[in-house]
Design a protein around this ligand. Structure first.
Ligand SMILES: N[C@@H](CCC(=O)N[C@@H](CS)C(=O)NCC(=O)O)C(=O)O
Length: 228
């Protein structure tokens, strides 16, 4: 995960490894945009898909991502993987732009909780059961998706998760309270991945979540990922 801590003051070239179709890569793209950090993106599939499609694995990517997952960050000799770890690092390292996590201890903890929820729970349904089948299998690997798995995930597993998130926004502007944070980015990038599979989130059932998504995609940091 971490090769060598780069503490020099010289120019720092920020490289992000990973295809912008990935919700986790998109999280980091938004984080970089929120902090006004310019970067170079190396569009690449995870190692497992590079192997499956017979593509070479660049040595720098291999070094930056010990698990072969995307995203990975590279700043000169310093490398890091995992979107949540990268976001936490960027917020500490760069004072430019917007804060990615609240400073108030309780709001900070709530932001961590919802980011964790998005990355570990929401993803079990949206990414692993719907996005992997409808986008990765169907569009990247040209394989037939498991339609039953997708149907069950959308109709049975997804609604209680959306109920929880919709309720969590009651009376709040953002997931962690009054401040935009990585919690909002992590949840919305999963929801946007869901929308890529032609899912329509019912406005009557989940009004807060729909309004939240509408509001967040108006942020300049989201323009680049929504346009793709
Ligand atoms: N917790 C990781 C998850 C990253 C992840 O699972 N990325 C997917 C692509 S969207 C991946 O690389 N999958 C390949 C694999 O699991 O080997 C993060 O937040 O960065």
């Amino acid at each position: 995960m971490l090769n060598q801590v780069n503490k020099e003051n010289g120019p720092q070239k920020v490289i992000i490894w990973g295809t912008s179709a990935s919700p986790y890569v998109r999280k980091v793209m938004v984080a970089l945009a929120e902090k006004n950090i310019s970067y170079e993106q190396k569009e690449i599939l995870p190692k497992i898909l590079l192997k499956a499609t017979g593509q070479p694995i660049p040595a720098d990517f291999d070094a930056a991502s010990p698990l072969g997952k995307i995203p990975a960050l590279q700043i000169n000799d310093f490398t890091l993987s995992d979107s949540a770890v990268i976001a936490a690092y960027l917020d500490k390292k760069f004072t430019s732009g917007n804060k990615l996590y609240p400073t108030d201890p309780e709001e900070y903890a709530i932001a961590l909780w919802f980011e964790h929820y998005a990355d570990n729970i929401l993803t079990e349904v949206i990414y692993k059961k719907i996005f992997l089948e409808c986008i990765v299998k169907a569009k990247i690997l040209n394989q037939e998706p498991n339609h039953n798995l997708v149907k069950e995930a959308k109709n049975i597993e997804l609604p209680p998760v959306l109920d929880y998130l919709n309720k969590s926004l009651e009376g709040k502007e953002w997931f962690a309270g009054n401040h935009f944070s990585m919690a909002d980015v992590a949840i919305s990038t999963q929801l946007l991945a869901l929308m890529m599979t032609e899912y329509e989130m019912d406005h009557k059932e989940w009004p807060n979540l729909n309004n939240f998504l509408k509001k967040i995609i108006e942020r300049p940091s989201f323009k680049k990922i929504v346009a793709r």
